[in-house]
Write a protein that binds this ligand. Structure first.
Ligand code: TYC
Length: 103
């Protein structure tokens, strides 16, 4: 409700204008050449999964073509994509890692 001040100024109540930040999925894509062990190491190193959970995610990507590694703010997701891609290229693997906006 608006409040009338002594000077006659109308002050509108502050609007709730803070939206939750957009979130982004980081995805791994399957290919025929990157070794399974390397993908498991990527998931452990850059996404902090246990060896067992990393193996489950790698197998899901291997069977289904892609899989989600995690959901992050835009900056963190972009950094993960860069780090994974650089690491894969250093080791001459074609592994692809991409981000897309989460619903
Ligand atoms: N398909 C690969 C193989 O058979 C393994 C693999 C899994 C590669 C997941 C990429 O994101 C990937 N060696």
């Amino acid at each position: 409700m608006a409040t009338r001040q002594r000077e006659g100024t109308i002050l509108e109540p502050a609007k709730a204008k803070v939206k939750p930040p957009k979130m982004f999925k980081v995805l791994l894509l399957n290919d025929d050449y990157t070794p399974m062990d390397f993908v498991v190491a990527v998931l452990q190193t850059f996404f902090s999964y246990s060896r067992e959970r990393a193996t489950q995610i790698m197998l899901k990507v291997h069977r289904e073509g892609m899989g989600v590694c995690g959901v992050y703010s835009r900056d963190v997701a972009a950094t993960k994509v860069e780090q994974v891609t650089a690491f894969a290229r250093q080791h001459q693997h074609p592994l692809r890692c991409v981000m897309e906006e989460a619903e």
